[in-house]
Design a protein around this ligand. Sequence first.
Ligand SMILES: Nc1ncnc2c1ncn2[C@@H]1O[C@H](COP(=O)(O)OP(=O)(O)OP(=O)(O)O)[C@@H](O)[C@H]1O
Ligand SMILES: [Mg+2]
Length: 258
Amino acid sequence: MLELKNITFNVREETDKEIIQDISLTIPEEKLIVITGPNGGGKSTLARLMMGIEKPSSGQILLDGEDITELSITERAKRGIGFAFQQPVRFKGIQVLDLIRLAAGKQLSMGEACDYLSAVGLCARDYIDREVNSSLSGGELKRIEIATVLARGTRLSVFDEPEAGIDLWSFQNLIEVFQNMRRGIKGGSILIISHQERILSIADEIVVLKEGRICDQGDRDEILPKLMGTAEAALECRKSGVAHETAMNNSLEEAQKC
Ligand SMILES: Nc1ncnc2c1ncn2[C@@H]1O[C@H](COP(=O)(O)OP(=O)(O)OP(=O)(O)O)[C@@H](O)[C@H]1O
Ligand SMILES: [Mg+2]
């Protein structure tokens, strides 16, 4: 479906720092792909390149065989690429209902719009009339953004750290949202950037990105034990009183450093 061919990205031509270094990656149809790896590895940059927010310094991006490298964000969105940012954007003066209708591209009924909010664990009644401004908490905003991606119904839905700022209770709900998306995927693909073991565990394939390069890639059953193996070894060494979940997640991040 989406194919990245030898993608390289430099911030400034004069510096030789390549944030993305010669990445070739195929996002196949009807799969849930999770990209993981240490902070600063280039994950968000790669997502921005797919969206068209950034243009690669070299290489090609193909969608169903069509070269979309030079297409704008809008053109790519029209072709079915949707994106939920690591740090969502606030839209002053726009209500949640309008935002969901805009995303869907049609006049959804109130009930239909509310269903998308319920799917991300928000009590629709309390949020549908709220303005998408700074009065929303980080977690609420994140969930509203995920609801807009669901409403958009894009072929390729890209989520950058959807778990960021989401509490533990809602996190389980979020996993179910992705599992439901995966079940109804028909012809589309889901790409999630995440550090979370629970999200990695629902992936079909995992890609590990480090220092702008793919350092490991394959089926979940092949990659996850490798990541967790290192994580568990790291955990054994720490006999601190940190809660198990937190320790596993921290260790997983260490493991992702390959
Ligand atoms: N416009 C820019 N100018 C300078 N450096 C940049 C720019 N965009 C990204 N970078 C750098 O590129 C590297 C990769 O950033 P990116 O946000 O893609 O990492 P990431 O893998 O998403 O990290 P995280 O897990 O922390 O979200 C970082 O070192 C970042 O500082
Ligand atoms: Mg990032």
